[in-house]
Design a protein around this ligand. Structure first.
Ligand code: 13P
Length: 261
């Protein structure tokens, strides 16, 4: 059975005190729920090493929220893929809408970062999704196609081998207005069919997770859908109890599915 990917995106939040408490609690209670879940934590860059030291022995994985485009040199303020790898990062979020918006990251730049991450055998988590006005104008599928096409143009048919796609409609992020699970399911199906077709059907599996105002109350409705392979969680991943609840819900759904199969 394919494990569900449960990813905490802490964004620009946290401090040493709270991270220490969070990880201490998580370490105590998570082992029961890792059989069917791949749990990944993406802290702010400055705390990567600290988080890694705490999770390296308990089968939770380390992710980065972004990566610089250069490997090394005179690029003040940047963090390179080699450095991320050096401190234990295995997954890298790329193309988050907050990077696209606040840092003017284009589809082209995102494709380059995606390629860079793959070239080091790390796993990119590519964020895609439409804005509210694009949704209103029925442009969701066009926007998603463009976002995916820029990756295919740069890396060819096998671009999405060993990668994760996160569908994060911008209007659902940080608003408390999560998308309708049936709507998300249909978009995930569209993404998988499109990627499959562009890949000449040579991908064994395509993983698509959902992000946007996920919490312990709505997690089940998303994870029950056959094409929602995990969750990318922002604010609810900052509260230990809430994050663990979501992981537990995901575990229980997988157990139910196994019992029925
Ligand atoms: P929220 O869960 O806070 O809406 O954030 C979602 C997100 O952007 C995860 O990458």
């Amino acid at each position: 059975m394919q494990k569900k990917f449960i990813v905490a995106n802490w964004k620009l939040n946290g401090d040493i005190k709270n991270i220490t408490i969070f990880l201490k609690n998580l370490k105590l209670n998570i082992s029961l729920y890792l059989k069917y879940n791949t749990v990944i934590i993406t802290p702010p860059t400055i705390y990567l090493e600290r988080v890694y030291q705490n999770i390296k022995n308990i089968n939770i994985f380390l992710g980065s929220q972004d990566v610089g485009i250069n490997k090394k040199g005179a690029f003040t303020g940047e963090t390179s893929i080699l450095m991320l790898q050096d401190v234990g990062v295995q997954y890298v979020i790329v193309g988050h809408s907050e990077r696209r918006l606040f840092h003017h990251e284009s589809n082209k730049l995102i494709a380059k970062k995606f390629g860079l991450i793959k070239s080091l055998n790390l796993i990119p988590i590519l964020c895609i999704g439409e804005s509210e006005s694009e949704k209103r104008q029925n442009q969701t599928k066009e926007i998603i196609k463009n976002q995916l096409n820029s990756i295919f143009e740069y890396l060819g048919k096998k671009a999405f081998l060993n990668t994760i796609i996160a569908y994060e409609p911008i209007w659902a992020i940080g608003t408390g207005l999560s998308a309708d699970p049936i709507y998300v399911e249909s978009i995930h199906k569209f993404i998988k069919d499109y990627v499959n077709k562009q890949s000449a059907n040579n991908l064994e599996k395509i993983i698509v997770q959902y992000g946007g105002s996920v919490n312990s109350k709505n997690a089940k409705s998303f994870l029950k859908q056959p094409n929602i392979d995990g969750l990318l969680i922002g604010s609810a991943s900052l509260i230990y109890e809430e994050f663990l609840k979501i992981i537990k819900i995901s575990h229980e759904i997988s157990c139910e599915q196994i019992n029925y199969s």
